[in-house]
Design a protein around this ligand. Structure first.
Ligand code: ADP
Ligand code: MG
Length: 696
């Protein structure tokens, strides 16, 4: 005989065919939805609900919200027009009057109505003269004595061949068979303390909520659970990356601090000092720092990173700075060359563009500890890169949300400290999720004298005016960018459009000026040469793709035209615009959208014109695009959330995070039997994505 739990597991894991109403054919359809077991059915949640809570007499109908009316079919009429279109009207009489249901181009529905039949029509009623009508109402045909459905009717995502009512019936059957056997991942006292519905009730209400309040409670429970599991995974990952790991203690002394600061020709901003203080506190501990540094474009993050690197070097450790592109690696290198011109800090550049011989030399220097500062691209994490004494790793992630490649840097003995730098502000929701295993330092202020960028959203007929202004500024000695979107560098068509833009400017509006052309597919040396020419002013206008978005710093460039800006994300646009606010002169940025601008795209661009605050833009972008686009793209390796909606469930997210941290602080391995089920969920869902070692 099975023990009761085993019976439960067996029942829940039964194939769907065991449910009433599911034969091999429906089972196949369900499989397409990812449903193969009874349990899968229970956890296949509705995507939406149809409101059957508001039943009314016809006299009391109102426009604008979904209501239901019970009545008797009085007249059915279907008119077909010569062009093939048709209108079906079904009149019903109910308490207080007459209501007409109207269907366009669905003449076959006529068969479903008979005069004298009891029905319910649900939908948003509209007044039509003296009558009320509903377009394409939802219909219930009632048998004799049968009571109408009430509450919120679940609407599931379907697949061809499966209807809502069929799936509803299957869900009901699954609830009947499986519900008593579903175990709650939460211990009862935990549930009560956090005001969470028991699992049975929550499942019943999420599928068939009697009213909006019950649905909200059920939803809250699942949202909380989903976010708690995520936050537990993050907390455990963090714990695993710190406990049993030893990192060098890099204490800052007054002397070291003075020596580092002396290298910079300016005072640090309060925001920079704050971030430096937070980093120094971490570095003084013998466990690896895991910290995210974000702030607006040009807020001086690189300087903070440089401080940390020099601190590590002062203690005799190597530090590595990893960038997403070669251009950026070279630029960081140039920054450090300037900064360290008179110091003994030894720096090397390691990129994919090195010849095998150069590469071998650099690798040997790194391995022998003859390089203090190693700057490079992904090439840094390749197999053969072996550090001598790596103390600190800085990952310049730019805004490629969550592309995490921390793990692989090779060190012997101690673990390095980690600092992740994001080029633009990260929305608060994402700092708690995709970056949720990191501490966060935020720079809110900007170095003094930062110039405002005047931004315009141009109508096509304003082009002439803009280029005239552009030329005038060029004659005053400024430089500029013309950016066209090449989203996929492999996309030939886009490159053509870049070259066309170049041709037409070079032979037209900007004929009298020195133009350069740059995109990501040019060989590295060529890119370098072009950047050099631009920096020295030999090139006045750079016609380019978004390759320049990544941190290019030419203070004299104050002009930017962006073609098809709707094809960029807000973060990217902001990053681009940041290129023209680097110097003493005010910047000007003009957007030339394409002809078919969507509503959403227009909103984004308008927000971009309205504010230059990167934090605000990050939140707008997140709200407009929704978490789906960021969280849904699998590039960061996180499985998508199924219930929680991060734009709307922020409060629950914060709550779940706090609770998860408490749980893990007390029990890092979730070893207490009361967490056994939660622990299993954490591992099943995030074990791989977050590289969680099997917790003991
Ligand atoms: P971020 O990496 O945040 O975009 P950077 O560190 O590249 O910003 O700094 C942008 C520019 O501002 C650089 O030219 C840098 O030298 C300068 N800068 C940074 N901090 C200060 C400061 N405290 N005072 C004056 N200029 C600064
Ligand atoms: Mg920077």
């Amino acid at each position: 005989m099975d023990r009761p739990e085993e019976t439960g597991v067996r029942i829940l894991n039964r194939p769907v065919q065991y449910l009433k109403g599911v034969g091999p054919q429906r089972a196949e359809l369900l499989a397409r939805l990812g449903i193969t077991t009874v349990k899968d059915v229970l956890f296949y949640f509705p995507r939406d609900y149809f409101d059957l809570t508001d039943y009314r007499e016809i006299t009391f109908l109102e426009e604008g919200k979904v209501q239901s009316v019970e009545g008797v079919v009085a007249a059915v009429e279907c008119r077909t027009f010569p062009n093939g279109r048709s209108v079906l009207t079904v009149g019903i009489t109910g308490k207080g009057g007459f209501l007409r249901g109207v269907w366009f181009n669905q003449p076959y529905l006529r068969e479903q109505f008979q005069v004298g039949q009891r029905v319910v029509f649900s939908g948003k009623p509209r007044r039509a003269g003296l009558l009320w009508e509903m377009f394409h109402p939802m219909v219930q045909r009632l048998g004799e004595e049968e009571q109408p459905q009430r509450g919120l009717l679940p609407l599931y995502s379907l697949t061809q061949g499966l209807e809502q009512w069929e799936l509803r019936r299957i869900v009901r059957a699954a609830l009947e068979v499986g519900l008593p056997w579903v175990e709650d991942v939460f211990p009862e006292d935990y549930r009560q303390k956090h005001a969470l519905l028991p699992i049975q009730e929550a499942l019943r209400f999420i599928h068939f909520p009697p009213d909006a309040t019950s649905l909200e409670k059920a939803r809250r429970r699942f949202v909380y659970q989903e976010l708690l599991v995520l936050q537990l995974a993050l907390a455990i990952r963090r714990c695993q990356q710190q406990s049993f790991r030893k990192a060098p203690v890099l204490r800052v002394t007054r002397e070291i601090d003075k020596r580092i600061r002396r290298l910079f020709p300016f005072e640090f901003t309060p925001g920079q000092n704050q971030a430096i203080a937070e980093i120094c506190e971490d570095l003084a501990k013998p466990v690896p720092m895991l910290r995210l540094l974000h702030g607006d474009v040009g807020s001086g993050k690189t300087v903070v990173a440089a401080y940390a690197m020099l601190l590590a070097v002062a203690h005799g450790y190597q530090t590595a700075l990893m960038t997403p592109t070669e251009v950026l690696a070279r630029q960081h290198m140039a920054t450090f060359e300037r900064l360290l011109a008179h110091s003994r800090v030894r720096r090397v550049l390691l990129t994919g563009g090195l010849s095998p011989r150069e590469r071998a030399t650099v690798l040997a220097q790194i391995a022998a500890g003859e390089a203090d500062l190693v700057i490079g691209t992904q090439a840094l994490i390749q197999e053969d890169v072996q550090f001598h004494r790596l103390g600190l790793v800085i990952i310049d992630e730019q805004h490629k949300f969550g592309v995490r490649q921390r793990a692989a840097l090779k060190a012997s003995g101690e673990d390095p400290h980690y600092l992740v730098m994001s080029a633009t502000p990260i929305p608060r929701t994402l700092t708690l999720t995709l970056f949720g295993d990191l501490d966060v330092s935020t720079i809110r202020d900007a170095p003094p004298g930062r110039q405002r960028v005047h931004t315009f959203l141009a109508e096509p007929d304003k082009r002439g005016q803009w280029w005239e202004f552009f030329r005038e500024k060029l004659r005053e000695g400024r430089q500029g960018y013309v950016v066209t979107p090449v989203i996929e560098e492999s996309d030939e068509l886009d490159l053509v459009s870049l070259e066309q833009a170049f041709e037409s400017l070079a032979n037209g509006e900007l004929e009298a000026f020195r133009l350069g052309l740059m995109h990501g597919r040019l060989p590295a040396e060529q890119k370098q040469a072009i950047m050099h020419a631009f920096r020295t002013g030999e090139i006045q206008v750079l016609v380019c793709t978004s390759v320049i978005e990544v941190g290019i710093d030419v203070p004299n460039a104050t002009l930017m035209a962006i073609e098809n800006p709707e094809r960029f994300g807000l973060a990217q646009l902001h990053q681009l615009r940041g290129r023209v606010s680097r110097g003493r002169y005010p910047g000007y940025c003009c957007l030339f959208p394409g002809p078919d601008l969507s509503e959403q795209a227009r909103k984004r661009l308008e927000a971009f014109v309205r504010t230059t605050d990167g934090f605000e833009l990050a939140e707008v972008d997140f709200a407009l695009r929704g978490p789906g686009e960021i969280f849904g793209t699998r590039q960061h390796g996180f499985p998508p959330l199924r219930v929680a909606d991060l734009t709307r469930d922020y409060a629950v997210l914060v709550e779940a995070r706090r609770d998860a941290q408490q749980i893990v602080a007390a029990d890092p391995g979730l070893a207490n039997p009361q967490w056994a089920l939660l622990r299993r969920q954490v591992l099943a869902r995030y074990g791989k994505a977050l590289d969680l070692a099997e917790v003991a």
